[in-house]
Design a protein around this ligand. Structure first.
Ligand SMILES: O=P(O)(O)OC[C@@]1(O)O[C@H](CO)[C@@H](O)[C@@H]1O
Length: 390
């Protein structure tokens, strides 16, 4: 890591800030949404109510002694943070902890009838089955006749802006749409990205949301494989439901089936993806570290080796960006290359801006954004970036 001055880690202890609102307002809203979405039994309802009180007013309670992943969470900081307020530990940590505890409450991990039932599935399915998804798939028919470069660029932008489709974000982003996109792309290194995708190498794509983000991610992968821009693709998904809409293996299956059951060009993409899975050109990973409450700099060796062997790793979305550069109040002009220097290979971030973390801006861009919008551009989801470190 180059000798860059460090910046304060984000903690949600200040009322009125975005991180504080996530803990105080978004998490309770998520609990209520989940409670209404399933005919949960009294034990689950009681556990959800207890979580509601605990996560807003209580202290962090360690996992029970027999939890299957207790050791892992101990290594990830549980022993250090137990007994402290959710608001006084790194925000990234308390958010991840929230999803781990929510899954406990609904019986996701415990052997029994509710094991493996994704509490966010109804909202994910509704989005995948929506008319908006139909419209996006129908647009692929027009794209099919365009030059390859134009198709690739359009699919890259589809994947980038697909990141706005984040269901947790929608619970607290009313008004975001009203902001004028000036400029919509606050950093655009895409011209440095294409030369990295010009051969037989492997592309790792670290997925973010299911549904209307995952579909364009898959379309992009299908295109790059079919056009020989990459030889293989590895799609990293979450091992369990996370941040409401994050993609799991089940969501990938749903998305591919959605494509294969569509009409026209979308169905061709679906069949190509099915074939790529079948012959091993496209593989899935659901590494435990994908749901870790830590920055990627702390990644374990096997994951590091995966990324090191890729021609390029594309990291999608806001949360993954926070983990990639470190969840800190960086000065916005901090070079992206410096904060990602630890990453074991070329890396690109495709992200719409939905939290305070930002690096790699030109000073003029930051000044223009702030003059036009105050600090709203950081969290409103109306701006995006493509950043590359080779
Ligand atoms: O990673 P994603 O889906 O792009 O966004 C996740 C998100 O909605 O959740 C966090 C707050 O809970 C923020 O980092 C971000 O706004």
């Amino acid at each position: 890591m180059p000798d860059i001055p460090t910046a304060p880690v984000i903690v949600a202890d200040e009322p009125g800030t975005f991180p504080h609102r996530v803990l105080a307002e978004r998490h309770p809203a998520i609990i209520r949404q989940v409670r209404e979405a399933f005919p949960y039994e009294p034990r689950q309802r009681g556990a959800l109510d207890a979580l509601l009180t605990g996560c807003t007013d209580g202290a962090i309670q360690p996992l029970p002694a027999d939890a299957h992943d207790r050791e892992r969470w101990e290594a990830w900081g549980m022993t250090t943070y137990a007994g402290r307020s959710w608001y006084d530990v790194p925000w990234l940590w308390s958010e991840s902890w929230f999803y781990r505890r929510l899954l406990d409450a609904v019986g996701y991990f415990a052997p029994g009838p509710w094991q493996g039932i994704d509490p966010f599935r109804p909202s994910k399915r509704a989005e995948l089955d929506s008319p908006a998804t139909d419209e996006e798939l129908a647009a692929l028919d027009d794209l099919a006749g365009r030059p390859e470069g134009e198709q690739a660029r359009a699919l890259l932008h589809g994947s980038l802006w697909g990141n706005r489709a984040d269901l947790g974000f929608r619970l607290s982003a009313e008004g975001a749409e009203r902001t004028a996109p000036v400029p919509a792309l606050v950093a655009d290194d895409s011209e440095r990205l294409w030369p990295l995708l010009s051969g037989t190498g492997t592309l790792c794509l670290v997925a973010d949301n299911a549904g209307r983000e995952l579909v364009p991610d898959l379309l992009l992968l299908a295109h790059l494989l079919a056009r020989g821009r990459i030889g293989r693709a590895v799609l990293h998904v979450k091992p369990y439901p996370y941040y409401v809409s994050d993609a799991t293996t089940a969501d990938v299956v749903d998305a591919v089936r959605r494509l294969t059951h569509a009409e026209g060009a979308a169905a061709t993409y679906g069949r190509d993806l099915w074939a790529a899975f079948s012959d091993g050109r496209l593989t899935l990973r659901a590494h435990p570290f994908s749901c870790a409450p830590l920055p990627y700099e702390a990644m374990p060796d096997d994951l590091r080796a995966d990324f090191a062997s890729a021609a390029l790793t594309v990291v999608k979305g806001d949360l993954n960006y926070r983990r990639l550069v470190g969840d800190r109040y960086w000065p916005p002009t901090t070079p992206f290359a410096d904060v990602t220097a630890y990453f074991p290979g070329p890396v690109a971030a495709l992200r719409t801006l939905k939290s305070d973390v930002i690096t790699g801006l030109e000073a003029e861009t930051e000044a223009a954004l702030t003059a036009a919008e105050g600090q709203r551009w950081r969290t409103g989801g109306t701006h995006a970036l493509i950043q590359v470190r080779t």
